[in-house]
Design a protein around this ligand. Structure first.
Ligand code: 5GP
Ligand code: MG
Length: 196
C-alpha cells in the first residue's frame, strides 16, 4: 500500500532566499528536493494503480515537459509517451476555448491515458485535457498535476493526482515559464511581480 497524498503549502509565506541572481526571482517556494521526494511517492502510487495496464502518458507541452520527464523515469509501467500542445484563446478574460497545436499521434483504444500537467489554475486546461482524449475511446483518462492553486479555481475540478497545493502567487521554474523564460530552473520559484 502506498502513502501518496497531496502536500498543502498554501500557507507558506517565507521563500528561501535563493542562489538565483535574476531580480525577477523573489525566492524559492519549493526546493528541488521537496519536489523530487513528493514525485517519488506519486510514482509509487501510480506504479500500484496502473500495474499490468497499458498506459499512454500525455504531457501537456511545454509546461508539463520537465515534470513528465522526471516522473516517467520513476515509473515501471507498460507505457508510451504521446504529448499534446494546447493554446488557449485569451480575450480580456480567459475564454476557456482551446486550439490543439499538437495532437497525440497514437491510438488510445484499449489504453489508460494519464495526462501530465504542470499546474492547475482556473481549471479550464485540465477540464479540456480530460475531455479531449475521450473521442479516441481510451479505457480511462486521469489527470496528474504537480502543482495546484486552489484559490484561483473557476471550475470545480481537481486533478486525480495532485502533488502540491500552493499559494496564489505566480510561480516559475521546474518547467513553468514567464514569457518563455525560467523553465530550466530546478526549483519552483516565486516571480517578483513588483519588478515586472
Ligand atoms: P488554467 O487553465 O487552469 O487556468 O491554467 C493552467 C495553465 O496556466 C498552466 O498549464 C500554466 O501553463 C499556466 N499557469 C497557471 N498558473 C501559473 C503560474 O503560476 N505560473 C506559470 N508559469 N504558469 C501558470
Ligand atoms: Mg500548461
Amino acid at each position: 500500500m502506498s502513502s501518496f497524498s497531496t502536500i498543502d503549502i498554501t500557507s507558506r509565506r517565507e521563500y528561501w532566499s535563493s542562489m538565483y541572481t535574476d531580480p525577477l526571482i523573489a525566492g524559492v517556494l519549493l526546493s528541488r528536493t521537496e519536489i523530487d521526494a513528493q514525485m517519488s511517492r506519486l510514482a509509487v502510487q501510480l506504479n500500484e494503480d496502473y500495474a499490468g495496464k497499458k498506459v499512454t502518458i500525455v504531457p501537456i507541452m511545454l509546461g508539463g515537459m520537465i515534470f513528465c520527464s522526471d516522473l516517467v523515469r520513476k515509473l515501471s509501467l507498460d507505457m508510451i509517451i504521446d504529448p499534446i500542445s494546447i493554446h488557449s484563446y485569451k480575450g480580456t478574460e480567459s475564454t476557456g476555448s482551446f486550439e490543439v497545436l499538437l495532437e497525440p499521434q497514437q491510438p488510445m483504444a484499449g489504453r489508460h491515458v494519464l495526462v501530465v500537467e504542470d499546474i492547475v489554475d482556473s481549471g479550464k486546461s485540465i477540464q479540456f485535457a480530460k475531455e479531449y482524449p475521450q473521442k479516441k475511446d481510451p479505457l480511462s483518462v486521469k489527470i496528474v498535476a504537480l502543482f495546484s492553486k486552489p484559490a484561483r479555481r473557476k471550475i470545480p475540478i481537481e486533478a486525480d493526482y495532485t502533488g502540491f497545493l500552493i499559494p496564489n502567487r505566480f510561480v516559475v521554474g521546474y518547467g513553468l515559464d514567464y514569457d518563455g523564460r525560467f523553465r530550466e530552473l530546478p526549483d519552483l520559484c516565486v516571480l517578483d511581480e513588483s519588478k515586472l
